[in-house]
Design a protein around this ligand. Structure first.
Ligand code: ATP
Length: 662
């Protein structure tokens, strides 16, 4: 239940603000370094590396707490520790919000974590991107118009009004600028108006103006009643002015923790005054680097900071903020218009039922997909071009022994086309996988909804491709079975597309690297082709490789089309006349021919004439070892492979998205 609209008329000045205070005490995080296998004998003791060492501090509502430090100082680790991204048990110390320990379920509702990468659908506009985020994260009870209002407010807050109808863009499509993209990315994470916002280097990769604008937006967000905690590498002087508190880290230890305005005094008392006109952040980081290189290290500075903190505590008259409970603070903040449900403790894990999630996901996919006509066009072109080539190369194949051979090779190539043409989806699947990881990290939707919607949206497209390919090849190649044969041929092509694309989707779920997934896909599909039964008959495959024959995705559709082609008992492929026309009989005397005819008739148990059928379609199927499954069995198994890989895809997403640090 969302409260903003119910309390919109409350006079905010009447409600005493109860600030949120996030406190962390003595955070310590150690990791055991992996020992490499070497040539040394005996056990070498496991090495422990301390990434965070006794970190204590606090962050308050309305303020930005920035974590500074050189590369490797532990900034991201500290953000992860505060954001609950380190598995329980590995992190020592406490993190509390107004005195209450932050459980991961509570964190998921009241916080947001903005990662460094901007993982967004490239062909959606800024407004659409935020609207979909609203559909996933705002309660279902909230009307569409209220969700739209929230998006409009956010667009305004993020300074994106002028580009709200511009697409995000990528390498191949012009879109919003890098700074704007970063702000959209932040927007998708804060759509639910979080109390605590964590950002890992939100300004990295941006020019100074864009970085400044991002921090300006963060300041606005903090002022609207949130705690903003971010890591930042080297802030400019202008950005430093926006920061309320700064924690400077060196090798996982705090070397400074206070308002940035006190940095000059701090360093002056430490004995290293900051020269005038020097960038404070740059000076700080350079000094730390120098100290880290000295034999003493930063020990002196750590100690000096500890004394500085004690002195400050003694002098400070500030009342302690943790006096009000989290519940009181949240109620007060809801009254002031914060978009948090009063039932935040019992909020369901997902805001929508699975079928709504499936529909929203499908809609988003379709919008993004239909805006990349070049990708759709390339795939259609490749499939249709292959169909056209096959139709012309195998034009009206006859039933002679050579024609039979050509039919077999046509089927083998045609079925492999379905699988290879699915591989073009690999990069897109992999890119989308990262968006999926980001969104499911905060329970935007169920993994199962994603898998279902992903499967459903591909079906119409695969069906259209199947019709195109089947229509171009069936009649021109002269395949058997009339309309019923065509319908079956269409079904098996569709089933092949389905199983091939399911396999490719599964690979993209397991291997996040594009090149590696291409290699695995093509490697596996070439083994499928080799063991499909076309190159080597089943009865000629060695026993130790026979299992590949059975897991070959191509075996079943290949056998299916052969059944469709050769099952007809009225068709004959070798007649008696072909025996006599054969060049083997050239120069053979009529007496010998008559003798031979008599012997063969005796062998066959019937009179051999020129019209006697010597090889029927079922003989051909037997010769090629295709007798284990009938045509419908082959179709069902092909379809079942598709479902099997979709289920594996689901499990790969389930296991692959447990992304907390150990
Ligand atoms: N699982 C791990 N095992 C061993 N060392 C680790 C592990 N995770 C992080 N580290 C090390 O801990 C240190 C701190 O890492 P962290 O990513 O927090 O640094 P950072 O200050 O955010 O750096 P950057 O600005 O480059 O992102 C680094 O030296 C890193 O190599």
């Amino acid at each position: 239940m969302l409260q903003r609209d119910a309390v919109i008329d409350v006079d905010e000045s009447e409600i005493p603000p109860i600030p949120f205070v996030l406190a962390f005490n003595d955070l310590t995080y150690n990791v055991t370094l992996q020992q490499r296998f070497g040539l040394r004998f005996g056990h070498s003791p496991a090495k422990i590396k301390t990434l965070l060492n006794g970190i204590t501090g606090e962050a308050k509502e309305g303020e930005i707490l920035a974590i500074l430090g050189a590369s490797g100082a532990g900034k991201s680790t500290l953000i992860d520790a505060l954001a609950g991204q380190i598995a329980e048990g590995s992190l020592k110390g406490t993190v509390t919000l107004n005195g209450e320990a932050l459980q991961s379920r509570l964190l998921r509702v009241i916080s947001a974590y903005v990662m460094q990468e901007d993982l967004l659908f490239p062909m959606l506009t800024v407004e659409e991107t935020l609207m979909f985020a609203a559909e996933f994260r705002l309660p279902r009870s909230l009307s569409k118009s209220k969700k739209r209002n929230r998006v409009e407010t956010l667009i305004d807050q993020l300074g994106l009004t002028t580009v709200k109808n511009t697409v995000i863009g990528d390498e191949g499509h012009r879109g919003v600028s890098g700074g704007e993209r970063r702000r959209v990315s932040i927007g998708t994470d804060i759509i639910h108006d979080p109390i605590v916002l964590f950002l890992d280097e939100p300004t990295s990769g941006l020019d100074s103006t864009s970085a400044f604008m991002v921090v300006q937006v963060l300041k606005k967000i903090a002022r609207s009643g949130s705690i903003v905690i971010m890591s930042i590498h080297q802030p400019s002087g202008r950005i430093m002015e926006f920061l309320d508190r700064v924690i400077v880290l060196s090798s996982g230890q705090i070397v400074f923790s206070d308002s940035p305005a006190t940095l000059p005094l701090f360093f002056s008392e430490f004995g290293s005054p900051i020269p005038e006109k020097e960038n404070i952040a740059e000076f700080t980081l350079d000094l730390i680097k120098d100290l880290e290189g000295s034999p003493e290290g930063t020990r002196g500075l750590v100690e000096f900071n500890r004394n500085w903190q004690h002195r400050k505590l003694r002098v400070s008259q500030e009342p302690h903020h943790n006096s009000s409970s989290l519940g009181e603070a949240i109620n007060a903040s809801i009254s002031r218009g914060k978009l948090v449900s009063t039932s935040y403790r019992s909020i369901p894990s997902y805001v929508n039922p699975w079928w709504v999630e499936t529909v929203i996901l499908a809609k988003r996919y379709m919008i993004n997909w239909t805006r990349t006509p070049e990708l759709i066009g390339t795939r259609v072109f490749i499939v249709m071009m292959t169909g056209f080539l096959l139709a012309t190369v195998y034009w009206k194949v006859d039933d002679s022994p050579r024609g039979v051979q050509e039919r077999l090779s046509f089927f083998s190539f045609a079925m492999a086309t379905m699988f290879y043409s699915c591989a073009d989806g690999l990069p897109a699947f992999i890119q989308e996988r990262y968006i999926f990881l980001r969104e499911t990290a905060h329970n935007a939707y169920r993994r199962s909804s994603y898998v279902i919607s992903h499967s459903l949206v591909t079906l119409p497209h695969l069906f259209a491709l199947s019709i195109g390919f089947a229509a171009t090849t069936f009649w021109f190649v002269g395949l058997n079975g009339g309309l019923a044969g065509f319908i079956y041929y269409l079904m098996i092509i569709f089933a092949s597309f389905w199983s091939g694309c399911s396999f490719v989707t599964f690979v993209s779920g397991v291997i996040p690297n594009v090149m590696m997934s291409y290699m695995v896909t093509f490697g596996y599909l070439s083994y499928c082709l080799l063991f499909s039964g076309f190159y080597v008959n089943r009865d000629r495959i060695h026993l130790y490789w026979i299992w590949i024959h059975y897991i070959s995705l191509l075996k079943y559709p290949y056998e299916a089309v052969l059944h469709n082609e050769f099952d007809d008992p009225s068709r004959c492929f070798v007649r008696g006349n072909q025996v006599f026309d054969n060049t083997i009989m050239e120069g053979v005397s009529e007496t010998t021919k008559a003798k031979l005819l008599e012997t063969m008739s005796g062998y066959l148990g019937m009179e051999l004439t020129e019209s006697t059928c010597l090889t029927t379609g079922s003989d051909l199927l037997k010769q090629h070892g295709i007798e284990q499954l009938d045509k419908w069995g082959c179709l069902w198994v092909t379809l079942a492979w598709g479902f099997f890989f979709r289920i594996l895809f689901y499990f790969s997403l389930l296991l692959g998205s447990k992304n907390k640090r150990a």
